[in-house]
Design a protein around this ligand. Structure first.
Ligand SMILES: [Zn+2]
Length: 136
């Protein structure tokens, strides 16, 4: 059971692109971060400003997507799902199966699968990195 007042959400600043987590923010919300809000309020900055560059939009897109990944993973963790970083061939093969299953579900029209696809890709990237001895 989730208490909506304790819901951990994400604020994406429409001005600087920063991503902040906070309690009581509904899911993913676009607005102004505290610093940008303060600058606009005190006249140190104007709003709206020139549109963000392609590079800034790329950073913002990655940050927003990573925030969705994290929210989904923490939601599942809070439901009791554990073992995402287990060693062993069984989990590696399970991850591959689940990745393919989510890709097939996406291919059939369910765009909500994209975050799960990314999360299973992240698990697999970690497992493959571990095999190569990458620090984790
Ligand atoms: Zn900001």
């Amino acid at each position: 059971m989730t208490d909506s007042t304790l819901h951990l959400g994400v604020l994406v600043c429409k001005k600087c692109g920063s991503v902040e987590q906070g309690v009581g923010i509904e899911d993913i919300h676009e607005g102004l971060c505290f610093n940008c809000f303060y600058e606009v309020l005190t006249g140190k900055a104007t709003w709206p400003e020139k549109p963000p560059s392609e590079r800034d939009r790329l950073i913002s897109a990655v940050d927003q997507f990573a925030a969705k990944m994290k929210m989904k993973l923490l939601e599942k963790f809070d439901q009791g799902w554990e073992g995402w970083d287990h060693d062993g061939l069984g989990w590696l093969l399970d991850c591959k199966d689940k990745l393919i299953w989510h890709v097939i579900a996406y291919e059939r029209g369910d765009a909500k699968q994209l975050v799960d696809i990314a999360n299973f890709a992240m698990f697999l990237e970690r497992l493959e990195g571990r095999k190569k001895g990458e620090p984790q």
